[in-house]
Design a binder for this molecule. Structure first.
Ligand SMILES: [Ca+2]
Ligand SMILES: [Ca+2]
Length: 236
């Protein structure tokens, strides 16, 4: 205000251009601030902060998003673990199928059309498959945890009962809840995918090896099932 009093009439008439850039009347200073705000004042005002409602909405969105992300990650880990277990189970089942394929079609004391199927006297000794000598001996085999042909739990010891090399160890207890079941049955010769009812016989048998995992809630989760069909070829 003191500066404006020392200038000429033009300035007193409110002509800022005549006064140079240094002079800004008080009302113009206010006006300039007002004009400057009008350019981006709304954006500036918008950045002043959040209302309580906005903050609550943001927290809610962040919480829901975080929960969804955690669920997604947990699901991905579980899926990966399940895929790994399926691969291991497939290996266990394939190994047993290989054992079956190495056996004769029927016991030396029986025929290819015997019923019921199963191990003969003296061949069934606990969890071991050591004495099985034909494919239907494996019928009704049921072991948990999975065992090798000598009845030893898989993953820890070799057939000579020596501790396996660390690289061939699986974590302690990893297979404790796993279960291997084997079912042998006759199938329709014209359609081997069809299981024949009990006591019906044919020249073809199927061997099913199933590996499952018992979950913490007691339910059983199938990891893999391998099915092979064997046909009887009489010796010449
Ligand atoms: Ca036998
Ligand atoms: Ca048998």
């Amino acid at each position: 205000m003191r500066e404006s009093l020392s200038l000429g009439d033009s300035a007193r008439r409110g002509n800022p251009q005549a006064l140079g850039s240094r002079f800004v009347p008080p009302f113009c200073r206010y006006h300039r601030r007002t004009v400057q705000r009008s350019g981006h004042s709304r954006r500036v005002a918008d950045r002043r902060g959040f209302t309580l409602a906005e903050a609550l909405i943001a927290i809610t969105v962040a919480t829901v998003t975080g929960a969804a992300l955690m669920i997604s990650m947990t699901s991905a880990v579980q899926t990966t673990q399940y895929t790994l277990d399926q691969m291991l189970a497939a290996g266990v089942a394939e190994q047993i199928v290989d054992e079956v394929m190495a056996q004769p079609y029927h016991d030396v004391s029986g025929t290819a059309y015997d019923w019921p199927l199963g191990a003969e006297a003296g061949e069934w000794q606990g969890m071991t498959r050591e004495y099985f000598d034909d494919i239907d001996d494996f019928d009704d085999y049921d072991a948990s945890p999975p065992r090798d042909v000598y009845g030893k739990p898989l993953g820890q010891r070799d057939p000579d009962d020596n501790v396996r090399h660390n690289d061939f160890h699986i974590p302690e207890g990893y297979l404790d809840q796993w279960r291997v079941t084997i079912d042998v049955y006759y199938v329709d010769e014209s359609n081997p995918s069809v299981r024949l009812p009990d006591a019906s016989v044919s020249g073809m048998r199927a061997v099913e090896v199933r590996v499952s995992d018992t979950l913490s809630d007691g339910s059983e989760q199938e990891l893999t099932t391998i099915r092979r069909v064997f046909g009887y070829v009489p010796s010449l």
